[in-house]
Design a protein around this ligand. Structure first.
Ligand code: SAH
Length: 385
């Protein structure tokens, strides 16, 4: 096995619990290596740090899979996925649809596995994981005998890492039952692997507060927040999204849950919709703002902050007295503290002083590793006027 030798000092972050190695931190690569195969990683004095897959094309050339002297083989994958499943099961997180494996947070950087009923969806995000897909399939077949496995790689990650994304299709929609709620997933279409599973806990929270309220969600995607709120007794819901496909999914889910009669759906830009609703003097008892990441780059955080500030200012102004705002950011570079600060400024500019009822984050089946801040990407606030 080849050895990746780090420059002096580069081992500090690794020893502090972070698994990533950037190209600029590498002093030397010794021995016969292959793209996507496992390499040993050592510090500048030759001390063993761990093993991970080598990704020559990416600026992130290696992410550690283990920190002990053990082979990166089928048994390792099996142990990791078993531990991931145990964590979800023990925590009561293994619902009808949940994330079974979340990359770094589950000790398998570059691998996502979502479960939709009896279907496991594999998403490979690194070259090494793409090369290990069959091993992942075998481990999943052992964990869930007889269940279906579908591979749906992320094309952007595949381009960066230099592999051909595999996207297997599965005919028809899958209906997932979640307590009283039901939703349709067509694997291979739409965002993520089918659903925003990371908002599951927050949707339940919002649904529990929705009774009798008029709801507005201007980045509604498949309507997750609104139809949960309507099932929770909301009097009506207004859904806005700039994607006609997303609204098609939302319509389907509203109908599946028999709540379409209390929903108004409009194709449009959230920024315009918020402005127009305010101009018309509309007021809501519950506003949900869950936009896509406004930045994926560190140097664009300021522009992103302006976007967040604008929608939150308008969202707050649309609240009736006692109204609730559930607002989120999934931009990796916008920290929870920064997001709170942006919302504070929005409230100040709006001349409003909302109560902070709760700080929100991703569902616990998307665990956060304390030593890997990047695993904490979804942050939110529940505010009340
Ligand atoms: N809250 C949803 C996920 C929202 S994803 C859930 O829980 O499932 C973000 C959504 O915002 C996507 O559906 C995307 O189409 C939509 N979107 C992106 N930019 C937009 C804009 N400017 N106006 C309205 N919708 C937008």
């Amino acid at each position: 096995m080849a050895t990746l030798i780090l420059k002096r000092g580069a081992e500090r972050r690794i020893r502090a619990g972070h698994p990533w190695i950037y190209r600029g931190e590498v002093a030397d690569l010794k021995g016969a290596w292959a793209a996507g195969a496992a390499v040993e990683v050592s510090d500048s004095t030759g001390r063993f740090l761990g093993r991970g897959f080598y990704s020559p094309r990416s600026s992130l050339v290696c992410r550690l899979l283990t920190r002990v002297d053990e082979p990166v083989d089928a048994a390792l994958f099996h142990r990791r996925l078993q531990a991931a499943q145990r964590y979800r099961q023990d925590g009561g997180l293994a619902g009808p649809a949940y994330r079974l494996c979340w990359s770094e947070a589950d000790g398998l950087p570059g691998l996502v596995v979502d479960r939709y009923g009896p279907v496991s969806v594999i998403q490979c995000l690194t070259l090494g994981m793409a090369r290990s897909a069959d091993v992942v399939r075998e481990a999943l077949a052992q964990l869930f005998p007889g269940d279906v496995i579908v591979r749906l790689d992320d094309p952007t990650a595949a381009r960066i890492e230099g592999f051909d994304p595999v996207r297997e299709s599965r005919e028809g929609e899958l209906i997932v039952e979640d307590g009283a709620a039901r939703f349709a997933v067509t694997l291979g279409t739409g965002h993520k692997t089918g659903l925003y599973l990371d908002q599951r806990d927050n949707r339940a929270l919002v649904a529990g507060l929705a009774r009798g309220r008029r709801v507005l969600d201007t980045f509604c995607y498949a309507g997750g927040f609104p139809w949960h709120a309507l099932l929770g007794g909301a009097s009506s819901a207004r859904l806005v999204d700039s994607s006609a496909d997303a609204l098609g999914l939302a319509r389907r889910n509203l109908a599946l849950n028999g709540v379409e009669g209390r929903a108004f759906i409009a194709l449009g830009n959230a920024f315009d919709a918020l402005r127009e609703l305010e101009a018309r003097g509309e007021r809501f008892g519950l506003v949900v703002l869950d936009p896509p990441p406004f930045t994926r780059r560190k140097d664009a955080v300021e522009a992103a902050a302006r976007g967040y500030k604008e929608i939150n200012l308008r969202g707050l102004r649309l609240l009736e007295p006692g109204g609730l705002l559930a607002t989120f950011s999934c931009s990796h570079h916008v920290s929870a503290a920064l997001f709170e600060d942006i919302c504070r400024q929005a409230a100040g500019d709006a001349g409003l002083r909302p109560r902070l009822l709760a700080t929100l984050t991703q569902s616990r089946d998307h665990p956060i590793l304390l030593t890997v801040p990047e695993t904490h990407y979804l942050t939110g606030l529940l505010l009340q006027l």
